[in-house]
Design a protein around this ligand. Structure first.
Ligand code: FES
Ligand code: FES
Length: 184
């Protein structure tokens, strides 16, 4: 039948994604790794290709706020979910608190692992705003750094806790001010 011949050559529908708050469509095969779509189609180069096996953490993004290794996740699995990359945490001019912490602590040598370190700390702080050092350490345990900057990375992770807390306190103070303003 003509229908089956047509369907054999049918172009798959584009994949619909929501990345860093923006809706987008990409003409990718559904089984393509999310990492490749982010880097090659959307030009989001925060997530890095390290091992390609889900082992090193360099490609980490957030999916619905949870850390995920985008090198082993097919793009179809991200449809309808919120994807956040390093670019979604802040800008060069206004880095987010976790990014700022890593900048302040100069926690990079080559910097290749830092996307994964930052996104992993960010995911932890979103579900637990005041983790202990041990909790941070075990969260980062499966992120590899070949340069051995683990000491600075841990300092940055602890600094991120403090900066996130300061940001939350400032937001709360602003909220109180707003409420005071409307009540008067
Ligand atoms: S590149 Fe994804 S975990 Fe290594
Ligand atoms: S700073 Fe080079 S891999 Fe971590």
């Amino acid at each position: 039948m003509g229908t089956s011949a047509n369907s054999a050559h049918a172009v798959p529908p584009p994949i619909r994604l929501r990345v860093n708050g923006h809706a987008c469509e990409v003409p990718a095969a559904p089984g393509t790794a999310l990492l490749h779509v982010l880097r090659n189609d959307l030009e989001l180069n925060g997530p890095k290709y390290g091992c390609g096996l889900g082992e090193c953490g360099a490609c980490t993004v957030l999916i619905d706020g949870v850390a995920a290794r985008s090198c082993v996740i097919p793009v179809r699995a991200a449809q309808g979910r919120r994807v956040t990359t390093l670019e979604g945490l802040g800008t060069r001019q206004r880095p987010g608190p976790t990014q700022q912490a890593f900048i302040e602590c100069q926690a990079a040598q080559c910097g290749y692992c830092l996307n994964g370190m930052i996104m992993t700390v960010e995911a932890l702080l979103r579900r637990n705003p005041s983790p202990t050092e041990q909790e941070l350490r075990s969260e980062l345990h499966h992120n590899l750094c070949r340069c051995g900057t683990h000491v600075e990375i841990m300092q940055a992770a602890l600094r991120a806790v403090a900066l996130k807390a300061a940001e939350a306190a400032a937001l709360l103070a602003g909220l109180h001010d707003d409420q005071g303003g409307t009540a008067v």
